[in-house]
Design a protein around this ligand. Structure first.
Ligand SMILES: [Cu+2]
Length: 172
C-alpha cells in the first residue's frame, strides 16, 4: 500500500479542496490498485490475438494474389506501367486513383493476360470482384486500361499463374 499512498497524494488534495472526507480518498486508493492489477495481468497473460496488421494501404480491404502492400502510383505524372518479364509482374501490386490508367508492357503472346483470380488461387482468394475494367490480351506488347471505380482488381498470366505470375491493381 506504500505505492498507492504516494500516488493518492494529489487525490487527497482534491478531496480536501472539494470538502470531501477521508473515506472517499481511501476508496479511490482501492480503485487505483484494482486498475493497476488488471493492466499488469492483461500485459502478461493475454497476448494480442487480434488480426494481423495488413499495412497502411490495406485497411479492411480484400486481398488478392498476396497483395497486402501496394506500390503507390497515384501521384500526378507517376509511372503507372506494369512490366512483365522474367515470369513476374513489376510492380505486381499497384495503387492508383480512380480515373487513372495503367499500362501493361510486355509480350502478351508469351504471357497471356487475364483479369480475375488466378485458377491456382481460387481456393485461397476471395471471389473475383465485379466491375474489373481490364480485359484479356493474347497478343501485342502494350495494353492500357482505365480504372474508373474504387476497388481491388486482380489479374494474372494464363501461362504462368501456377508459378506466381499474378498481381492486383488497387483503385482508391
Ligand atoms: Cu507469364
Amino acid at each position: 500500500m506504500k505505492k498507492a499512498r504516494s500516488s493518492a497524494w494529489p487525490l487527497a488534495l482534491l478531496a480536501v479542496a472539494a470538502g470531501c472526507g477521508d473515506d472517499v480518498t481511501s476508496n479511490q486508493d482501492a480503485a487505483v490498485d484494482v486498475i493497476a492489477a488488471d493492466v499488469i495481468a492483461a500485459d502478461v497473460i493475454a497476448p494480442d490475438t487480434g488480426p494481423p496488421d495488413t499495412g497502411p494501404t490495406d485497411a479492411g480491404a480484400v486481398v488478392f494474389h498476396g497483395c497486402t502492400a501496394f506500390v503507390d502510383r497515384t501521384a500526378d505524372g507517376a509511372d503507372r506501367t506494369v512490366g512483365f518479364t522474367n515470369f513476374r509482374y513489376d510492380p505486381a501490386c499497384m495503387l492508383v486513383a480512380a480515373g487513372q490508367r495503367v499500362t501493361f508492357s510486355g509480350e502478351f503472346s508469351v504471357h497471356q493476360f487475364r483479369p480475375g483470380v488466378a485458377p491456382s488461387r481460387a481456393a485461397s482468394d476471395p471471389p473475383a470482384p465485379a466491375g474489373n475494367p481490364m480485359t484479356a490480351r493474347d497478343e501485342g506488347t502494350s495494353a492500357t486500361f482505365e480504372l474508373p471505380a474504387a476497388g481491388t482488381y486482380p489479374y494474372y498470366c494464363l501461362d504462368h499463374e501456377g508459378t506466381g505470375m499474378y498481381g492486383a491493381i488497387r483503385v482508391r
